[in-house]
Design a protein around this ligand. Structure first.
Ligand code: SF4
Length: 417
């Protein structure tokens, strides 16, 4: 096993993903010459549907970071941002994208041709502090881009009231007005309804795909999690719906014929926190012990169904719910979500990725670990690493901890049957 390694893809649809990714980034690069203004924004905020409804091109710097990790470009990007004075303790997404826009972006041989410069930047007032600071730094790098400051309250999902939704709807309208003013394009209500319908259909397919992971043997593991790409960048498009339909059909067929990820599934695992984007192959490491990662924290973010009869309200609600479901969630809520997933997917053991450069998702792991043991009797192990920075990951330490953990789980399984 290498320190940086790609995962083994067993789904045909997951192998097709490279083309979907390449096509998306090629469309981003050709947007300007095709007359589609480009906006850079954070993912998961209800703006993507407005962009696709107005035939604008959304670009997600956060998604570009895993691409850089997959192409081995992060060390160069980190060097640039660190030379600029950004601390190694900061979020890896932040350090990577800042390094990229000040370094490799100006060079020719970026993967997929690189990123197009933004005509607009959506600067979020919600999400974690690094996600906000990324866009402040991008505003300085691209001074000609028009900036929209999105002002959204951080409310726990269970505390969202009608007045929060009314306010989020007024923010969504303000964004639509900004897009019209900046690009001269008007928002067509029928087209918005169509796009929200496609976005909702993608979420429905996503939920269906995830539901097949309850099967034993599991037909699809975290090693194929790259399929999430379409949920990040293409929600609201027919491309996402068609791709997810192919994924769903393939997984359903595997589930119904009892075709598992591995032949002799013994241990079902849950992964907490973001994957190590430079080493997705770690998800295959558990297989030699008969272990498969059948569920993870990250995939829950894409289950926000939208009311297609009321598209503007649906997007307002989505803009309020996205962050509190992943990075800005209370410890109690996170605990509830992890415990529920462990029950739903019949989990035997949990891997906590203690992510050095993502504190929002790492906070509270010890409490969740204790609750898992106390309430469900599920053991867990902590892995020290980083979602972007391989310098914060020791393969030898990972192997030592995982080997001991998996052997303990196997022994336990023998005793409990
Ligand atoms: S949630 Fe974590 S990984 Fe995502 S931007 Fe914030 S600090 Fe970075």
């Amino acid at each position: 096993m290498e320190k940086t390694q790609k995962s083994t893809k067993r789904l045909k649809a997951a192998r097709e993903l490279q083309k979907v990714v390449a096509d998306y980034y090629l469309r981003c690069m050709s947007a300007k010459s095709e007359g589609r203004p480009v906006g850079w924004m954070p993912p998961m905020n209800g703006a993507i549907e407005l962009f696709y409804a107005m035939d604008l091109q959304p670009v997600f710097p956060e998604n570009w970071s895993p691409v850089c990790a997959a192409f081995g470009l992060t060390p160069q990007n980190f060097k640039v941002s660190e030379d600029m004075g950004y601390s190694r303790d900061l979020c890896g997404y932040l350090r990577n994208i800042i390094g990229y826009v000040h370094g490799l972006m100006n060079e020719k041989d970026s993967p997929f041709g690189g990123l197009p410069e933004p005509d607009m930047i959506l600067s979020p007032g919600g999400g974690c502090v690094p996600v906000m600071k990324i866009f402040h730094a991008l505003e300085r790098r691209f001074p000609n881009a028009k900036v929209f400051y999105a002002d959204l309250p951080q409310v726990a999902v269970e505390d969202i009231k009608d007045y929060h939704i009314d306010y989020a709807m007024s923010e969504s309208q303000r964004l639509a007005d900004f897009l019209t003013e900046t690009t001269g394009r008007r928002l067509d209500e029928d087209r918005l309804q169509e796009v929200v319908g496609l976005s909702d259909r993608a979420c429905e397919l996503w939920d269906e795909i995830m539901s097949f992971r309850r099967y034993r043997p599991v037909p699809f593991s975290a090693a194929e999690m790259g399929i999430m790409f379409v949920m990040v960048t293409l929600q609201g498009t027919q491309i996402a719906v068609d791709y997810l339909t192919r994924v769903r059909d393939e997984i359903r067929q595997k589930a119904e014929t009892g075709t598992g990820v591995i032949e002799n599934e013994k241990i079902r695992l849950f992964w907490d926190n973001i994957p190590l984007w430079y080493n997705m192959g770690l998800f295959n490491y558990f297989e030699k012990f008969g272990g498969v990662v059948v569920a993870e924290t990250y995939s829950a973010a894409w289950s926000i169904r939208l009311d297609t009869q009321n598209p503007k309200k649906a997007l307002a609600l989505k803009s309020l719910m996205s962050y509190p479901l992943v990075s800005c969630v209370s410890i109690d809520k996170r605990k509830e979500m992890v415990l529920k997933a462990c029950r739903d997917y019949a989990i035997d053991g949990v891997i906590f990725h203690r992510n050095k450069s993502c504190l929002p998702i790492t906070l509270g792991q010890m409490e969740i670990k204790q609750a898992l043991e106390r309430e469900l009797g599920i053991p867990s192990v902590i892995i020290d690493a980083d979602h972007m920075d391989e310098r914060n990951f020791s393969l030898a330490q990972f192997q030592t901890r995982v080997d001991a953990f998996m052997e303990m789980l196997l022994e336990r399984k023998k005793l409990t049957g």
